[in-house]
Design a protein around this ligand. Sequence first.
Ligand SMILES: *Cc1c(COP(=O)(O)O)cnc(C)c1O
Length: 432
Amino acid sequence: MTTRQDCQALDAADPLAPLRQQMLLPPGVIYLDGNSLGAMPAATPARVQQVVTQEWGQDLIKSWNTAGWIDLPTRIGDKIARLIGAGPGEVVVADSTSLNIYKVLTAAVRMIQAESPGRTTIVTERSNFPTDLYISQSVAEQHGMRLVLVDSAEELAAQLNDDLAVLLITDVNYRTGAWHDMAALTRAAHEAGALTIWDLCHSAGAVPVDLTGADADFAIGCGYKYLNGGPGAPAFVWVHPRHADRFWQPLSGWLGHAAPFEFSPDYRPAPGIRRYICGTPAIISMAALECGVDTLLAAEPMGGMAALRRKSLALTELFARLAEERCGHLGVTVVSPREDARRGSQVCLALKPPLERASYAVVQALIERGVIGDYRAGDPDRLDQVPHILRFGFTPLYVGFTDAWDAVEHLYQVLTREEWREARFNQKAAVT
Ligand SMILES: *Cc1c(COP(=O)(O)O)cnc(C)c1O
């Protein structure tokens, strides 16, 4: 049995532990929700202050040039590229993930319709994040395609056929934390003659990603989760250089124009990924995002994403094992894959019936104790397959082994003392 002292020894020996000092976390909080909203980097308040008071307040519009505002989408894009196996000039930061899904999916559909018009299906997983499904529904309708939702690896394999146009897959599942084999799935999709889009919302900054090595076609991802960019931070988008001048931008805004300051009446897309900038970037949010991305790049001298991954796996395995050992007899089960190669950087727990109805309240009771995770509702018609889950993200930049141990201890206390029964924990807030 692992003791709290064992965990303290692991923290003391952890070469990545000093990275935590880059973040400002309130005392007494064990933050296990960095997969939903990353913690705030210590550098962010001063940087945002500088942008507001100096660059905007004093230097005014000059800052587009003098402070490099106009280059922020590509400058931060180049930094994110280092985390996802992409090259310089291949990534831009723009808009939201939802909008970027729209852009790349529309582009991929257009490319396929021009080159192999017989293909009519867009395939994704039913368990994908809803915005990915909703945007796909809309793109499918607009382009006369069929959206097919699959429920298993077998169903997915069966869709890799002559009809497949685009495969849209979220690399790490937002609910369960299950991690796909990007290289294998991309290869299979290409062999079927289709294009791939990878959603990296729960991958960028969480697991090593190698878009180039996997030979993917398109990718998008989120700035406010593991990249610590702040609430509503802008998102990013990548396209493989082989498509650099072929892909289309359906939201053909002026800043994606080849020469925006010519103010020409005709749209002419910028070369390469810059065309995926639509309108004027949100500079204050961009500045905060850059601070967040820098917290991950700070790990590069210590082994970068590979080292963060090793720690993340050790943390998630420890948490899952302790949750089972300590709380298994209370009805707690681990829903995330236990196999290292199949698990992202989060652990999801479920509660066995009849306790499963208390899942939301258990998470609220944990939050009051300072253990911040979140709750994701299951499918009421298929609770056996899609249970209510208690979701805990482990961001190796700022979560330690003792945190994992303490979190399980708090869970044990919430369950054995039945704290979740209190009325205030059972009132659902707008955001769960
Ligand atoms: C978080 C997340 C999103 C978020 O999209 P927004 O446009 O930022 O709201 C989309 N897709 C996945 C898979 C996510 O995890």
